[in-house]
Ligand binder design. Structure first.
Ligand SMILES: Nc1nc2c(c(=O)[nH]1)N=C([C@H](O)[C@H](O)COP(=O)(O)OP(=O)(O)OP(=O)(O)O)CN2
Ligand SMILES: [Zn+2]
Length: 142
């Protein structure tokens, strides 16, 4: 089995609602998203001979996905009062509302399935919240 790994990072703010501790306050991370894709075979002709996929194409697709979340305030839907949210939007802040709690685990699954939707045979998605903490989502039995 061949495995290719590429990554891209984004900087954003978030908070964990209903969290008893410092992470309940607004804070920022450089989220590092590492994607691994797999293949039993290699392309055997042309420019891509000997490759699973061109690293450039893989990196481009990860960046395209991840860059949307860069320099935004990421919140879980329903965790800010309507007026608070409206005031932030009126101030011109870029807010991204998610249907899930913005944890490393949920982001790992989200980026895994997003890359699958782009057609990749994804082996594993790893999301680092800090240089020493990461969550991994991977297929069962792989
Ligand atoms: N399993 C998870 N635990 C926590 C998550 C998470 O996504 N999954 N997230 C957080 C917070 O977002 C927090 O920002 C990260 O926590 P922490 O490791 O405490 O971050 P620090 O680098 O600031 O830790 P220090 O050791 O105090 O420097 C919490 N938990
Ligand atoms: Zn955090």
């Amino acid at each position: 089995m061949y495995v290719l790994k590429a990554e891209h990072s984004f900087d954003s703010a978030h908070f964990l609602a209903n969290y008893d501790g410092k992470c309940g306050n607004i804070h920022g991370h450089r989220w590092r998203v590492v994607i691994e894709v797999q293949s039993e075979t290699l392309i055997e002709e042309g420019q891509l001979d000997g490759m699973v996929i061109d690293f450039g194409d893989l990196k481009r697709d990860i960046k395209e996905l991840v860059d949307y979340y860069d320099h935004a305030f990421i919140i879980q839907e329903g965790t800010l009062r309507k007026e608070t949210l409206q005031n932030l939007l009126d101030e011109g802040f870029r807010i991204i509302e998610l249907g899930f709690r913005p944890t490393a685990e949920n982001f790992a699954k989200f980026f895994f399935t997003s890359m699958e939707k782009k057609g990749y045979n994804v082996k594993r998605a790893t999301v680092y919240e800090t240089p020493s903490n990461c969550a991994i989502y991977e297929k069962d039995g792989v």
